[in-house]
Ligand binder design. Structure first.
Ligand code: DQQ
Length: 477
């Protein structure tokens, strides 16, 4: 067991302005998907895909940290490591945690390169408060991909829940060869013997990806929600959600949407202390592999978000309220008209929580720009165009070249009649989590230079209702 994470000195981050200071990431090396999230005996546990050998993907272990408040984390020893000559000899891939017979239990994917079924489902149990994990002698508990998949390669990331009838249910992400990404539904009494039921959902390849990963399936109110991560190309993947009805083991979506249009991937949901549905997602790096290796770290987890459905069955979200307790108010602007203004705000920094609300005229264009260089040329704009009903995220930077390169994303964000635009922006070094009206999410990664960062406020045909900006401390001090 690698104990190097214990008592780590999380000091180096101060010298690295791109390293987030209030989002969770390990002291060093590579992290991707959140795994096995669970609230257990008064504590939140996060496990995560972790490579102990460096800041690059490979040799997947499960890292582990614990928290009382979902904000401050304490590192614990690695929880799962590949076992030679076993179903997970090439890696312990993603999975979830449940409590079975009173014991914390992982259901995860074992990877075995070169094997006819290289991805199989495995079980591990903890007898010591989630610190060490004993792999089941029955592993793999599920090896066979349903024949209708017409492939035996992609079959991973089990998500398990207990139904009211006392049975365990599981969805596994996969694909149907030459068709699209798919999620398969299973049932079990003991987490060991699994019965295949039917596809829970089959996507459309051009819209939601040719392979699905990391499914989540859970009830919110009287509806059910499926969240999946869809591989759209070798470079891009997007998190989608479906809302619908679940009867007789069949899921019928009535609405679908994009959960995050940017760098978030492979989120995992779980149930919090007050039975609320929470979600944590991996915020991928968008800089080169060499830059990640040079930094010595790669991958961040989002601030946990609480989920609910609004009256139109749109999936709504907000950062957990616990985040408010570490904020320090830095600037607050009162209501005012914004007519063709771009105002430099009297605040600097890369570690902020921003809340803004705007009433929009028909011609309104408004928003805030973060991480602006003093001359205003390098910047990340988070704007809204009322005519287009779109959020416009534009990054202008020297990240990839000596000259300024701009990247623009336009995201549909229709507002209801008379609905103000609300923006929540969590800026944390290289992380920009943007949530508009608690339902449209875009995660941007930025690696700005130089490091004197300003904020700007822009508005045309707009009434600013409020702008509150908070300084955010390091969670590691
Ligand atoms: N990451 C894991 C897989 C999962 C993928 C491997 C999604 O289990 O499908 O590190 O990012």
């Amino acid at each position: 067991m690698d104990n190097s994470l214990l008592g780590n000195a999380r000091v180096a981050q101060i010298q690295d302005p791109h390293r987030p200071q209030y989002h969770f990431l390990p002291a060093k090396n590579w992290m991707n998907d959140p795994n096995g999230l669970i609230y257990w005996q008064g504590k939140y546990h996060i496990f995560y895909q972790y490579n102990p050998n460096g800041a690059f993907w490979g040799d997947m272990h499960w890292g582990h940290a614990v928290s009382s408040d979902l904000i401050h984390w304490r590192d614990l020893p690695i929880a799962l490591a590949p076992t030679p000559n076993s179903p997970d000899e090439s890696g312990c891939f993603s999975g979830c945690a449940v409590i079975h017979n009173g014991l914390p239990t992982f259901i995860y994917t074992g990877a075995r390169d070169g094997h006819p079924t290289p991805q199989t489902q495995c079980v591990a149990v903890s007898h010591d408060n989630l610190l060490t994990w004993e792999k089941s002698a029955h592993n793999p508990v599920l090896a066979q991909v349903p024949s209708e998949a017409n492939q035996t390669i992609d079959f991973r990331d089990p998500f398990v829940w207990k139904a009211d009838n006392g049975m365990w249910y599981m969805v596994i992400a996969s694909r149907i060869q030459d068709v699209a990404g798919a999620a398969f539904l299973y049932r079990s009494a003991d987490l060991i013997e699994w019965e295949y039921l039917n596809p829970l959902l089959i996507g459309e390849s051009s819209k939601t990806g040719r392979t699905w990963e990391c499914p989540n399936f859970f009830q919110l109110g009287d509806k059910w929600v499926l969240v999946i991560s869809g591989i759209l190309s070798s470079e891009s993947g997007t998190v989608f959600y479906f809302v619908g009805d679940f009867d007789n083991q069949r899921f019928t979506p009535i609405r679908q949407g994009v959960f995050d249009y940017g760098a978030m991937y492979a989120p995992l949901t779980f149930v919090g202390e007050s039975d609320e549905r929470l979600l944590v997602g991996w915020l991928r790096e968008t800089r080169s592999i060499n830059a990640q290796k040079d930094a010595g770290w790669s991958g961040v987890q989002s601030i946990p978000r609480r989920l609910w459905l609004d009256a139109q069955n749109r999936l709504n979200m907000e950062p957990v309220i616990q985040l408010d307790s570490i904020r320090k108010e830095a600037l607050s602007l009162k209501a005012q008209a914004l007519n063709d203004v771009e105002q430099v705000l009297n605040i600097e920094g890369l570690y902020l929580d921003i809340e803004a609300e705007f009433m929009l005229g028909e011609q309104a264009e408004c928003g805030i720009s973060v991480a602006c260089s003093p001359d205003g040329i390098e910047r990340t704009d988070i704007f809204y165009d009322a005519k287009k009903q779109r959020l416009i995220i534009r990054k202008s930077s020297r990240e990839i070249a000596e000259h300024i390169v701009s990247q623009t994303h336009e995201i549909p964000h229709p507002l209801d009649a008379d609905e103000p635009l609300q923006l929540r922006v969590l800026l944390d070094g290289s992380v920009v989590e943007i949530i508009a009206n608690q339902r449209t999410s875009f995660t941007q990664r930025i690696y700005p230079k130089p490091y004197e960062q300003h904020l700007r406020l822009t508005g045309k045909d707009t009434q600013l209702k409020r702008l509150n900006i908070y300084d955010m401390p390091s969670i590691w001090q």
